[in-house]
Structures are given as structure tokens and as C-alpha cells.
Ligand binder design. Sequence first.
Ligand SMILES: Nc1ncnc2c1ncn2[C@@H]1O[C@H](COP(=O)(O)OP(=O)(O)OP(=O)(O)O)[C@@H](O)[C@H]1O
Ligand SMILES: [Mg+2]
Length: 148
Amino acid sequence: MEYSSRSIGSGNDGFVWRTSRQTAVKVFWREDTYQRELACYERLRDRHVAKVKHFKVPRLIDFDDELSVIEMELVTPPYLLDFGKAYVDYRPEYSQDALDCWDEQYRELWGEEQWKMVRKLMASLTMVGIYYQDPTPRNIHFGETEEE
Ligand SMILES: Nc1ncnc2c1ncn2[C@@H]1O[C@H](COP(=O)(O)OP(=O)(O)OP(=O)(O)O)[C@@H](O)[C@H]1O
Ligand SMILES: [Mg+2]
């Protein structure tokens, strides 16, 4: 896999680089996060999901179990990505209090309208067995309509 030295992001899970063939490689710190994200991208590939509503999700291109690296399509907004905290075919259980608190915090962060859409995106993902856990503006980008 050839890549230039162009970093396009970093976060809790690792680093993301743009390659010389217009793809993104995500290098993970931890194997469990790598495995979770890979399982989601494999599920999306198997179900031919390229978009959730009108939000693009990166297509899986390649991966390396030894290096914990995923190569994926480079996407532009609107997009939804980062499945490092998502689960396939497993719904984590939370108390109603925790869910209410979570809902309140994200509603404040996104605003009513966008949070409604983000919830719809997560509901669409559950239709293919993906339980998305990290609905932040770093991971879900609305594009031009987004208020920065
Ligand atoms: N396929 C992609 N196409 C375009 N940009 C991407 C892609 N993957 C990642 N990025 C950019 O890199 C950033 C970090 O990627 P990602 O969220 O997957 O990493 P992370 O370590 O989980 O980050 P965080 O902990 O901040 O959520 C994203 O917010 C996005 O700006
Ligand atoms: Mg992220």
C-alpha cells in the first residue's frame, strides 16, 4: 500500500492518512477498536450500503490484521464514519437514565433539527445490525447546511 505523508485526522482511535490513490488509511492504536470498525465496514459492504439517507459512508477497500490498518474510500460531506465504537449484531444495554442523559447532551450539541436527523441515521444503521455509539460532529458531517 503506497501512501503520501498527508495526515487528515487523528483522534482517540488512531491516525488517518490520505493515500496517493485517493483513499484514506486509518491506523488504530488498539486491536479491539480495529476489529469493531472492520466488522462494521464488512457489514456495510455485504449489504451494499454506500449511503445512510444522503450521508456517504466510506467503502471498505483493504485491511491488514497484523498492522490494525483499514483502507477506505475518502469521502466528502455529507458523510458518516468512524465505527470504532460501533457494534455489529449486538445492542449494548444502558439504563433509561443513562439513555435520557445521553439524548439530552447530544440534543444540546447538535440542536433539535440535526439531532433528529442523526437519530434517523443511527436507526437506519440498526436496520443492517450496526449499533452506532459515537454520534459527534467529528464523525457525522452535514456539509454546507451545517452550522459551524
Ligand atoms: N474515509 C474518510 N474520508 C474523509 N475523511 C476521513 C475519513 N476517515 C477519517 N476522516 C477524517 O479523519 C478524522 C478522524 O477519523 P476517525 O473519526 O475515524 O478517527 P478517530 O480516531 O475515531 O477520531 P475521534 O476519536 O476524534 O472520533 C475524521 O473526523 C475525518 O475528519
Ligand atoms: Mg471519529
